[in-house]
Write a protein that binds this ligand. Structure first.
Ligand SMILES: C[S@@+](CC[C@H](N)C(=O)[O-])C[C@H]1O[C@@H](n2cnc3c(N)ncnc32)[C@H](O)[C@@H]1O
Length: 447
């Protein structure tokens, strides 16, 4: 049977790269479609081979580099290229930082903003990633442990990763040995969430492989030998079962200790958490008495905010809000912390419920908070502080707020996903006519 040729498959073309796309691939065009070429920069001239389709465009591989612009640098990591983790190690730091800030500016311009609201990028160093989700796969007697290949489910066996804290990097070789016992017999795959804590690493392995008695003993021995605070096991998306608990992997949010559930969401670096928290607190007006902290997670912003105001934290993940509630009961906070478990997409906090509140902080997942923003748009809240990990959904939601009379005062991009296309944003909106005098130059102080 003849196979249908993939659109653009195999064709060779000469192109010039026009822009660097939001995922870190150079972008040109062919037959009216964008062509994405990894590891290139605008101005590069290339002979490429079209190798398939990618959402809205064509993928290409470099056959011959005809002309390379001066913004290229040697990528520092041995895995750069195949590894899907870091896509922009080939650009000079100056180029890279301009590009990252520009991702936010362009996303805002597409929604009618000037882009002038965007402050300079705050850069977080490599070597600071304290939470990572590794992929693992048993192949015969070999274990591949690392990250997925670009646009593939294949696992790159990562020998050395420059973005991780040293504790996360050092656990990879002994983890590989442990996985021979845990995955080997079933030739299974796993996702392994590893989080650094002062008490030792907090590990959750999610896999379809069966946990045997030999596996349990191997986890206990591994945990003892490698100072693991907690090692838990689950089926993919299942309920975690702690297998070895040697200590409590506490995280500090401000001065409040919180015990997150296994595999919990946490800002990826301590440095990033500190900067985001400082920005949120800097954007908080002085005279605020109540704050609604929406998509609160385990309380990253809740507890620092509670130094200044009564905070009502709302979160959809039952285990995260239980951790936050328990920490608020066990610790004295300057102002009251109250909590609620609620799906903010299906059941957003209404404008009526927000009546009389002063400020809302929201930090939704990548899909953004459209439904919640329609309610905020109708509310009498003076200050909205929006933390986002997706400039596109942020710009969409910002438009909803601004069309109803809010003013976007400032957007500060924070690069806590170094060398990737991802970045974090903290933005401040004020109701028209409301002026917080302290807002001037909040982002500048941190550079
Ligand atoms: C980007 S995280 C932010 C968490 C927290 N603010 C922090 O900095 O650690 C997004 C949070 O939104 C929660 N979430 C996702 N979808 C939700 C929904 N539909 N309703 C309520 N919370 C949701 C997730 O469980 C997660 O804790």
């Amino acid at each position: 049977m003849r196979r249908k040729a993939r659109r653009g498959g195999g064709k060779q073309i000469e192109i010039e790269i026009k822009t660097l796309g939001a995922r870190g691939d150079g972008v040109s065009d062919h037959d009216g479609k964008p062509v994405f070429v990894p590891m290139t920069l605008p101005g590069d001239r290339l002979l490429v081979k079209l190798v398939g389709e990618r959402a809205g465009g064509l993928k290409a591989e470099i056959l011959e580099l005809q002309e390379q612009v001066a913004d290229h640098v040697d990528p520092p990591c041995q895995h750069f290229g195949p590894c899907g983790g870091c896509t922009v190690q080939h650009a000079s730091p100056e180029y890279y930082q301009r590009w990252k800030k520009d991702i936010v500016i362009q996303a805002l311009r597409r929604k009618g903003f000037s882009g002038g609201e965007v402050a300079d990028l705050i850069q977080i160093d490599a070597g600071t990633r304290r939470r990572a989700v590794f992929a693992a796969e048993a192949r015969g007697k070999k274990i591949d442990l690392g990250f997925h290949e670009r646009e593939s489910h294949k696992v790159i066996d990562v020998k050395d990763c420059l973005i991780l804290t040293s504790s996360l990097g050092q656990i990879l070789p002994p983890m590989r040995e442990l996985l021979k016992v845990l995955l080997g017999p079933d030739q299974a795959k796993a996702d392994i969430t590893v989080i650094d804590s002062k008490a030792g690493l907090d590990i959750l392995i999610a896999t379809d492989a069966s946990l045997t008695l030999v596996g349990r003993e191997a986890i206990t021995a591994f945990s003892d030998a490698n100072n693991i605070a907690r090692f838990a096991w689950s089926r993919p998306k299942g309920i975690a079962e702690p297998v070895a608990i040697r200590d409590q992997p506490i995280q500090m949010f401000g001065d409040v200790p919180v015990l997150p559930p296994e595999g919990a969401f946490l800002q990826p670096s301590q440095e990033g958490q500190d900067i985001l928290t400082k920005l949120v607190l800097d954007y908080l007006p002085d005279d605020v008495e109540t704050v609604a902290d929406l998509f609160s997670g385990c309380g990253t912003f809740t507890f620092p905010l509670s130094k200044r105001a009564h905070v009502h934290a709302i979160e959809g993940d039952e285990r995260a809000i239980a951790a936050l509630t328990s920490a608020s009961r066990r610790n004295d906070t300057a102002h009251k912390v109250t909590t609620d478990c609620r799906d903010l997409v299906k059941d957003p906090v209404t404008a009526d419920e927000l009546l009389g509140g002063d400020c809302v902080v929201l930090d939704p997942p990548r899909t953004g908070a459209k439904e919640q923003c329609y309610e905020l748009a109708q509310s009498d809240i003076n200050t909205i502080i929006y933390v986002s990990c997706n400039p596109t959904t942020f710009a969409r939601d910002a438009k909803i707020l601004v069309e109803s009379g809010y003013v976007l005062k400032e957007v500060t991009p924070v690069d806590q996903f170094v060398w990737s296309g991802h970045l974090e944003i903290v933005a401040c909106f004020e109701a028209e006519g409301y002026e917080d005098d302290d807002l001037e130059g909040v982002g500048e102080e941190l550079e």
